[in-house]
Ligand binder design. Structure first.
Ligand code: FDA
Length: 393
């Protein structure tokens, strides 16, 4: 079987790979987009509860974790959220802001994927699914061996995503190829993932499964103020998913149960209003009643705050605003929305996503060590990095 020749081969037909292939083909390149799955864009379809939180209107470099924090600035400024929003509008896809700049489709994420696939077809790029990549060798041309024959290309783009949700086709191919060509890979770990608890904390959480409240969580010097949800296994909800990206095994998690109050002033005010009230009754005004009861029963006792000495009040306020819990683990890649770490950006050109050392080799999307916060930032990175490489290949 003769080896096929292509200008550009993109491996991985997710958000980043599809966007890159469209841009490259529009520039007149012959482009082949490969995926090992029978369906493409599967994470787009499951994202945002089926409505795809496709970008965040305020996305900027500060919303991303990376060992090279400035790297994502170039791609995000060349292809900012406003340009993707314009793309969404131009395809007649209705959308709305849910909160904090998070933009969702009004209807189904399928509309967005269909629009991408329609652009892909019009661009002239060729999509092939169910192609298993066995081996990649050489450099300009790169030779890709598959069960269906070998393919040569001048430029090779890896867009195979991270390790999260293996059931949707995640593999570590991009990391393997990066290492094969001598590029460093920042160690990976699950991110935007629920945390599990052990022992008494697990029982505490189990007894409150389904209860949620606004908190601020701190780990490793990072803080997020959002909603926390108790589950049968531990903690979830946006605050926990956000902080999980900063948390590592063994780290303590600091919980502020009163993130919107000046707790000292609040307590003194409540004491002035009624000196007889118990802590539980005061907390039940600002927290779900079951949580107030459980916190008092397990951690705080149920004192009458008016009867506490100043040092005891300080101790109580510290427990309410900086309670330290040690999660047992994260739920892992099985439920993680993204993978932190990945191809080290110090080895890539920020304008083009090209390897600095291996001409013609590119890495885009989630396989790169750029991990967004929860709220549309990860898709914005996929579009922006895919677009940047699409202009260069
Ligand atoms: P992506 O993982 O999307 O695509 C990679 C592609 O490569 C897949 O099609 C895969 O089959 C293919 N592939 C993998 N290995 C291969 C191999 N060896 N050979 C050939 N092909 C291979 N983000 C956000 O901004 N807003 C949101 O609402 C959500 N919601 C959300 C929900 C859930 C449940 C998850 C799991 C994730 C999210 N995300 C999100 C994150 C977002 O989905 C993610 O960051 C992007 O899909 C990453 O896009 P990529 O194109 O880089 O990888």
């Amino acid at each position: 079987m003769a080896t096929e020749q292509w200008d550009v081969i993109v491996i991985g037909a997710g958000a980043a790979g599809i966007f890159c292939a469209i841009e490259a083909a529009r520039r007149g390149r012959s482009v082949l987009l490969l995926d090992h799955g029978s369906k493409v864009g599967r994470k787009i379809l499951v994202s945002g509860g089926g409505r795809c939180n496709f970008t965040n209107s305020g996305a900027r470099a500060e919303n991303y974790h990376s060992s090279n924090p400035h790297f994502c600035r170039s791609a995000l400024s060349r292809y900012p959220p406003a340009r993707f929003i314009e793309w969404v509008r131009s395809h007649g896809i209705a959308y709305h802001e849910k909160k904090l700049g998070q933009l969702f489709c009004d209807g189904s994420a399928r509309e967005l994927l269909d629009a991408l696939l329609s652009d892909l077809e019009q661009s002239g790029a060729v999509l092939r699914t169910e192609v298993e990549v066995q081996e990649i060798t050489g450099q300009r041309p790169f030779r890709i061996f598959t069960a269906r024959g070998s393919l040569d290309c001048d430029r090779l783009v890896l867009a195979t995503g991270g390790l999260s949700l293996p059931k949707l086709g995640a593999t570590g191919l991009a990391y393997r190829i990066a290492r094969q060509y001598g590029l460093p890979v920042v160690p990976t770990r699950p991110a935007l993932v629920p945390l599990t608890l052990g022992g008494a904390l697990k029982s505490f959480s189990e007894s409150l499964a389904g209860v949620s409240c606004d908190v601020s969580l701190t780990a490793n010097g990072s803080r997020f103020r959002e909603n926390l949800l108790f589950t049968h296994r531990g903690l979830s909800g946006p605050a926990v998913l956000q902080i999980s990206s900063c948390w590592q095994d063994g780290d303590p998690l600091e919980i502020n149960w009163l993130p919107d109050l000046n707790p000292g002033e609040w307590l003194e005010q409540k004491i002035r209003e009624d000196r007889r009230r118990t802590l539980e009754s005061l907390l039940a005004e600002v927290l779900p009643r079951r949580l107030a009861q459980a916190l008092c029963a397990s951690f705080l006792g149920n004192p009458v705050p008016a009867s506490l000495s100043d040092p005891q009040k300080r101790e109580l306020l510290a427990a309410l605003t900086a309670m330290v819990w040690k999660p047992a683990a994260s739920e892992g890649y099985r439920t993680a929305e993204v993978t932190r770490g990945g191809v080290d950006t110090h080895a890539l050109e920020s304008k083009t996503m090209a390897s600095r050392e291996i001409p013609g080799l590119y890495f885009i999307g989630e396989c790169v060590d750029v991990t967004g916060w929860l709220g549309g930032y990860n898709f914005q990175w996929a579009w922006a990095s895919g677009w940047a490489a699409g202009q260069a290949v």
